[in-house]
Structure formats: C-alpha cells, structure tokens
Design a binder for this molecule. Structure first.
Ligand SMILES: *Cc1c(COP(=O)(O)O)cnc(C)c1O
Length: 220
C-alpha cells in the first residue's frame, strides 16, 4: 500500500469505530513518527497528514524544522516522557504535550511558558495500570497534580494513558474516560496501533498511531 492508502485505511477504521460507538468521528489521528526519518515522513505529509507525534525532544528538533518549512500547517505533539531540563525546548518546538505527570514538570513548564509567552496545551499522563516502570501520575495523585497545573495556568487538554502491554486495554481506556469526566476534562489521548479502534469506541479524542502507519520500527 502507498502512504496515502495506509492513511486512508487508518482513517476509515477510526470512522467506523466512532460510528459503532455512535460518536461523531471527532478524533485526531496523531501519526507517531519516532525513529523514522524525513524520507519516510514526507509521503504522509504529501498525503495530507499534518498531525505528528514524537517521543524525544532532541530527535524532533533535528527532524521537524525542515519538514515544517516544506509543509505548512504541521502540528507536532510530544508523546514521550519529558525531562524538566528540556521543558523550554519542548515548549518552543511542540504544539501539544501529552506527558505532564509530576509537580516538578508543572513548575518547569510554567517557567518555560511564561518566559516564551507560548501556552502549550498539555495532557496529564496517568499511570493507568499502576506500573512502576511507566511514566504517568498515580491515579490517587491525579487530583493534586491537576490542581497544581491549573494553579500554574498550564492549559489542560485532557488525560493520556498507555495501558499495560500484556492486558486487555478496554477497562483501562474506560477508567481514563471516567477520570477525565470526573475532573471536567474533555480530551482523551489513548489508543495506539494495536488498540486504537477500542480506544475510539471508549471515547478517545486523540489516537497515537505509529507502526500501523510507518511499519515496524527498531525498539526505541
Ligand atoms: C511509540 C508510541 C506510540 C505509537 O505506538 P505504535 O504501537 O507504533 O502505534 C503511541 N504512544 C506513545 C506514548 C508512544 O511512545
């Protein structure tokens, strides 16, 4: 399949999943291009895709300025963990951040946003499966972190999660949706290549799809 055909296929699957759940297909497809180079990204840009995700600040800074010059209207999302010392660079480069997960990062982002005058919407990442090795705020600590972010005037987009790899994801997506509703947040960043249709059925507004669009990648 060409990039345009693959993209059309993923979009059709999103629409179908939304229809089954009786949702309007108001789902943003984030093409996660981590590890892939400009030559692999360009065909998707040419096919009309404009929303992309990266998981490393450095990698994104190396790849995207030139692609952005060539293709106006690109929206870049940071989907990977963010170190506080890279907050300023992330705020300058990304249009949305999906990995706000701790108070120290709230402080670093607040400082970076105030210094630059750029207010970047953030998803708060929730460690939905309570996995020690994973990023994300513990469910019990979510209310305090949201209060902290609101106090720091960080624009909150919604909640984000990555369910445990070896478990059925639906209950985790449903839980994230419930937490978002409880806290008055409307956007849900959930669903990857293997489970984005389930995520859409359970209310995802943003799906983060990498390998289904770009092919398999070296582990990263
Ligand atoms: C890599 C990555 C994705 C995309 O994963 P695929 O399984 O390739 O679709 C989505 N979200 C995050 C946070 C990622 O790091």
């Amino acid at each position: 399949m060409t990039a345009a055909e693959t993209l059309a296929d993923i979009r059709a699957r999103i629409e179908k999943a939304a229809k089954i759940a009786d949702r309007k297909p108001v789902v943003t497809l984030i093409a996660v291009s981590k590890t892939f180079g400009a030559d692999e990204i360009r065909p998707l840009l040419e096919a009309g895709q404009r929303v992309f995700g990266e998981n490393r600040v450095q990698e994104a800074a190396a790849k995207w300025p030139a692609l952005r010059d060539a293709f106006p209207g690109v929206e870049l999302h940071l989907v990977g963990q963010l170190q506080s010392n890279k907050a300023a660079e992330a705020v300058a480069l990304f249009d949305v951040i999906h990995s706000l997960d701790r108070a120290s990062l709230v402080a670093a982002l607040q400082k970076a946003m105030e210094a630059s005058g750029r207010r970047v919407p953030c998803f708060v990442q929730v460690n939905i499966g309570d996995e020690p090795q994973k990023g994300g705020v513990a469910i019990d600590d979510l209310p305090a972190l949201l209060a902290e972010a609101r106090g720091a005037k960080i624009p909150l987009a919604g909640l984000m999660c990555v369910p445990p790899a070896d478990k059925e994801p639906a209950p985790y997506f449903a839980l994230l949706a419930k937490l978002a509703a409880r806290h008055g947040l409307s956007a849900l960043s959930m669903g990857m290549s293997s489970d984005f249709e389930t995520a859409v059925q359970l209310g995802a507004t943003h799906v983060r799809v990498g390998s289904a669009l770009f092919g398999t990648r070296e582990t990263h």
